[in-house]
Structure formats: structure tokens, C-alpha cells
Write a protein of this length. Structure first.
Lengths: 257, 361
């Protein structure tokens, strides 16, 4: 298996990124990192309060981990840009996940505003990771806008339904030349493996880890599934067939006619 | 406008209720399901089954977190004659209004405790609690908090817009009851008598681009409590469809007998819990807010069953966090535990107390 892969100029080993928002305690973070080798975490800027007396997430993130701040809570490009700038300053990171949610029932992002914010922040030198409803046309615009990767949703956030948007994500993976990180919907190790088998470069998971009985164990399970799926992808996965294919043909009849 | 929907829904409510009584076949759709469930006498076992579903949905969408906030009453002057409220103009009480200096002191005290979300409350009195007074309070709050909510009288659209521009994130406004006749009966006089002005205020706030809206009925006012729960759910659904980018919260405050001058129809604990579970299943992404009106055993047991937001260390007197001279309460607090104690209960249940819902931009 390839030892490293590259994203936004960084060499990474682990293709599993983990979100922190729904965790029952930030104390779980160092343990998850230790047991899985996860190198990228996402943190919502809206959840950071540097002055808090309470459990401060910033104290639980190991130094060698890259933090991607997300702009959740923003409703348009302008708000997303502001939140990104604030977050980047507090956390001292230039990795920004643009998350512009305009629909609370389904938590769907606004692809159009996302393109705008990506363009602006990329120009300013940030490493931008836009979260989108899977759409190849938008993905292409994001490549032009300077995105470091695209993050299409696999299913609605928090649903753990797996990659129900598979047929819309596949063309993105095939057609564009920047990394694709499947975000949202991954609820089980089998979903994680599926994402890798599809050729996704990485996945981002939050809910499945956060609400598991044992978040550390679940992150290990996901991490192993990611490795397995990737290994198979690199090897080349055999196509599924519609009919049984006997290894020794039953008759020579067809050859003879 | 939801007011127009309300008319249709009222008819629908009566029709479905009649059908239920006649126990005829009911076509399955989510609205009738909601009503069926509200009128059904559900067994504890069945309720427990549904509670697992509610827990799963809550965990999936909100994670293992409970958002904590605290209210601050800045003035109890009020011109409304509401039959259920301690601050009603019907009550001859010593009124108090905080000065800006006092507001600042209260807020800095609240922030020091760890809160980052504040709910600012006033009575309805445009003389003592003018719009300017509310606006200036929000300007002060902005220095301390990232999430600023108001529970004040209905404003006009321009006023809401101005508040939003100055840092207001959300508006809390309870319709108390969606039954127009009952509404008239329990609001004897004052500007609150105008049912429509209050109901439409939610949409005026939404048009002014607030980030959050908190609605709810006052349970116990209406003998037909199912009507008010149903309308609240439909109201939330209406907002979801028409203003999809807004975070909706629902509260179900239960009226307290001691403060009420009108007949109270208590909603039982079981019906209350049923209502919360129903709300979570019908509206998976809506925040459900439970205040310190409820006793600790109810609050603690609802963590994870749908509730996502809780108030803590609430005082229902003007001031109360720092300035403690005032005695007149709007209602009685039934959970007097400290913030630390509440946080420790949340942690014991394997949830994380969350203080930050928005970022100051």
C-alpha cells in the first residue's frame, strides 16, 4: 500500500479524519489519536471559546495533529469567511472546511455560496476544503476556485446511512484531479471501506465515533476498515458479475460452433 | 403567514379528532400520526420503546452534548393583564428595572460562571423597557456573550433588524396558546391582547434574519393541551419549510398554580414526556429546551430523550445573579442546583455540557 498520500501539500498516512463536535468529552481525543494514528481533526469555530473555564478543546489536541476548522453555523459566503478567519487565528491553522448550512432539517450546504467563499479564501492563501452536496459541476467550479479537496456528503449529516449518494460521488472521484473526502453519512466500518473502495482519498467521520458505546474502539474499527478498503482499491477490485462464471467451462460446445 | 395556516389547521384538528372518536380508518400521514399519538393513552412500555427512538435521533443529530444557558430579567414593568404571570400588571408588586451599570455587572458575573449564552427578558412596557433600552442591553451583552437571545415583547421588523445588526442571535416568543378565544380570556388587557401581532412577530423576526427562533405554548392553560402542542409542532414545521436556514427551538413550559389567577389544567408528567418524545421524532433537528421550571428529576431524566438545551442557575427576579435585592418572581424555580451540580449530572449521563452555540462575528 502507498505509504503516504498528499493533501494540501501535507503528507499524511491516515485517511481517516475525525470530527469533534458530538463527542461526550474532549478527553477522548488524545486516546483516539493514539490508538488510530489519525492526523486530521475538524473543530467547529462556533464551539471554541478560548476564555472558557470548562473543558477547552484546544487543550486536548496533540501538537502533531492538523486541525481543520469548520464554518458551521454560517449561512452565506460572507459569514463563512468571517468565521474562517476568526477560527484560523484562534487555532493557528490555515486548513478551513467551508460549511455553509442553509437547511436545518436536512443540514444541506449551499453549494453556490461555498464556491464564492472558497474562491475568496483560497486567494488569501488558506487551504480550503469545501463541504458540498455531491455535484460534479460544483466540484469543477471548486477546482477552479482553488480548493485543496472537495468534501461531498455521503448521506445527510448524522444519519449513519452510508454512502447513499454514491452515484453522484463516483463521477466526482473519476473526473476531478484534486482529492475527494467523503464527509457525512459514514456510520459503520463497512461504509468506510466502501468509500475507500470507491477511490475516495479520505473520509471524515464524527457521529459514528461520538455516539458509539466506546468511541475509541469505534475509531479503531473505522481506521482498520479504511486501511482495508484502500488496500483493495490500490490492488484493483474485481468487477461484480451478473452471472456465475465457472472456472472450468462445462462444455466445449460454444467454441466449436 | 402562519396565521393563515392556523385557520386550516384548526379545521383539520377538529376533523381528525372527530375521526379518532369515531375510530374510523385514518389515512397515514405524519400530521395525523402526530394527532393520533397525542390523543392516544399510551402504555409506559410503548412510551419506553419510543423513548429509545427519541434518544437515537437526539444522539445522531445533536451528539452527546447539552447546551447550557441562563436567563437575565432586566425589568419586570408590565402593562399586560395576563392571568398566569407573576409580573402581570394585575399584581401590585414593587417593580424594578436594571440600570445599564447593573446590567453590565450581572452580565460579567454570568460570563464568569462560564455561560456564553444569555436570554434577556423584560415585561411588556414600551415606556420602562423601551426599544432603546433593549437595544443598549444587547450592545452590552455583545461584549460578554456569543449567543444573545431575547424574550421581550413583540417588535416590528425594523426593530428586530436593528437588534440583529447589533448582535442579537435569537428570538424567544411564546404564543402561550394558539386558541384565539382562550387567548382573549387569559389576556385581560394590554398590548399582548393582540393575538395576531404576537403570532406574526416570529415571522417579522425571521425576515430580519435572526439565526434562531424559540417557540412554545404554556402548558396547563388550555384544557385541550393537545391542540396547543399540535399547533406548536405545525408552527415549527411551517418555519422549517419557509425559513430553512433558521435554528428552531421548542419549549414546553408548564404553568404553575401558585402564580395563576385562571384555572389550571395540569399536564401530567407522562403527557409532558410524551410531548417531548413526540417532538423529537416529528422534528428530528429541532432543539428542545427545558427550563428550571421543571424539577431536577424530570430534567435529569430527559437528558438524551430529546432535550438538547437547558437553563441553569436561573433567577426569575430582575437581576438575581449579582443584584439580589429584588424579591418579585415571574414564576417559581424548581431546580435550584448550581451550574457545577447540573454539569456533573450531564457528565454522569455521558453527555458533555456545551456552552458555545455561535461565534461572535
Amino acid at each position: 500500500m502507498e505509504k503516504y498520500f498528499e493533501i494540501a501539500g501535507k503528507k499524511l498516512k491516515s485517511r481517516l479524519f475525525i470530527g469533534t463536535g458530538k463527542l461526550s468529552s474532549y478527553k477522548l481525543i488524545p486516546e483516539i489519536i493514539k490508538k488510530t494514528g489519525v492526523e486530521v481533526l475538524t473543530v467547529a469555530v462556533r464551539r471554541i471559546d478560548p476564555d472558557t473555564r470548562e473543558e477547552n478543546i484546544l487543550n486536548y489536541i496533540p501538537k502533531n495533529v492538523t486541525v481543520m476548522v469548520n464554518t458551521s453555523g454560517s449561512r452565506n459566503a460572507k459569514e463563512a469567511i468571517k468565521i474562517a478567519e476568526i477560527g484560523s487565528e484562534i487555532i493557528e491553522t490555515d486548513w478551513i472546511k467551508i460549511e455553509i448550512e442553509v437547511d436545518y432539517r436536512y443540514l444541506l450546504p449551499d453549494n453556490e455560496e461555498t464556491v464564492k467563499a472558497t474562491k475568496y479564501l483560497s486567494k488569501k492563501g488558506y487551504k480550503v476544503f469545501p463541504y458540498i452536496t455531491p455535484d460534479l459541476v460544483t466540484a469543477r467550479k471548486l477546482v477552479d476556485a482553488g480548493a485543496c479537496a472537495v468534501m461531498p456528503l455521503g448521506s445527510f449529516i448524522g444519519t449513519n446511512r452510508g454512502i447513499t449518494a454514491k452515484s453522484l460521488i463516483e463521477p466526482i472521484i473519476k473526473e476531478i484531479n484534486i482529492p475527494v473526502i467523503i464527509d457525512a453519512g459514514i456510520g459503520r466500518p463497512s461504509h468506510a471501506a466502501e468509500a475507500m473502495e470507491m477511490g475516495a482519498d479520505a473520509i471524515l467521520v464524527n457521529t459514528a465515533v461520538a455516539i458509539a458505546k466506546d468511541p475509541v474502539k469505534m475509531s479503531i474499527a473505522l481506521s482498520e476498515a479504511v486501511k482495508a478498503g484502500r488496500m483493495a482499491y490500490e490492488m484493483g477490485i474485481l468487477k461484480e458479475k451478473e452471472y456465475a462464471d465457472p472456472s472450468s467451462p462445462v462444455s466445449d460446445f460454444l467454441k466449436k460452433i | 403567514m402562519f396565521f393563515n395556516e392556523l385557520k386550516k389547521l384548526e379545521k383539520n384538528f377538529i376533523k381528525i379528532k372527530k375521526e379518532l372518536k369515531e375510530s374510523r380508518y385514518i389515512t397515514e400521514n405524519s400530521e395525523t400520526d402526530v394527532l393520533k399519538f397525542l390523543f392516544m393513552d399510551i402504555s409506559s412500555q410503548a412510551l419506553e420503546k419510543l423513548s429509545f427512538k427519541a434518544r437515537r435521533i437526539t444522539d445522531y443529530f445533536f451528539g452527546r452534548t447539552i447546551l447550557l444557558y441562563t436567563p437575565l430579567y432586566i425589568s419586570d414593568y408590565c402593562r399586560n393583564g395576563c392571568l398566569y404571570c407573576g409580573f402581570s400588571a394585575l399584581n401590585k408588586i414593587k417593580r424594578k428595572k436594571l440600570s445599564y451599570r447593573e446590567i453590565e455587572k450581572e452580565m460579567s458575573e454570568i460570563r464568569n460562571k462560564g455561560f456564553n449564552t444569555i436570554l434577556i427578558l423584560t415585561g411588556e412596557d414600551r415606556y420602562h423597557s423601551s426599544f432603546e433600552y433593549i437595544l443598549n442591553t444587547i450592545k452590552i451583552a455583545r461584549k460578554y456573550f456569543s449567543e444573545i437571545l431575547t424574550e421581550v415583547y413583540p417588535l416590528n421588523e425594523d426593530e428586530y433588524r436593528k437588534l440583529v445588526e447589533n448582535g442579537l442571535t435569537g428570538v424567544t416568543l411564546y404564543q402561550e396558546t394558539y386558541d384565539k378565544n382562550l387567548y382573549k380570556k387569559v389576556h385581560l388587557f394590554g398590548p399582548k391582547k393582540d393575538f395576531r401581532w404576537r403570532l406574526d412577530a416570529i415571522e417579522r423576526a425571521l425576515k430580519s434574519k435572526v439565526k434562531e427562533i424559540n417557540i412554545g405554548p404554556l402548558l396547563g392553560l388550555n384544557k385541550n393541551w393537545q391542540f396547543d402542542v399540535y399547533m406548536t409542532l405545525m408552527h415549527a414545521r411551517y418555519i422549517e419549510k419557509n425559513y430553512p436556514d433558521v435554528e428552531i427551538s421548542i419549549s414546553y413550559p408548564r404553568i404553575q398554580r401558585s402564580f395563576s389567577k385562571t384555572k389550571v389544567y395540569p399536564v401530567s408528567d407522562k403527557d409532558f414526556v410524551k410531548t417531548i418524545i413526540l417532538t423529537r421524532i416529528f422534528l428530528p433537528r429541532v432543539q428542545i429546551n427545558i427550563s428550571t421550571r421543571e424539577p431536577s428529576y424530570i430534567r435529569d431524566n430527559l437528558i438524551g430523550l430529546g432535550v438538547t438545551k437547558m437553563s441553569a442557575e436561573s433567577k426569575t427576579v430582575v437581576g438575581g445573579h449579582y443584584i439580589t435585592s429584588n424579591k418579585e418572581k415571574q414564576f417559581e424555580i424548581n431546580d435550584n442546583r448550581t451550574l457545577e451540580e447540573i454539569m456533573s449530572v450531564i457528565r454522569t449521563k455521558n453527555y458533555r455540557p456545551e456552552f458555545n452555540n455561535w461565534i461572535k462575528v
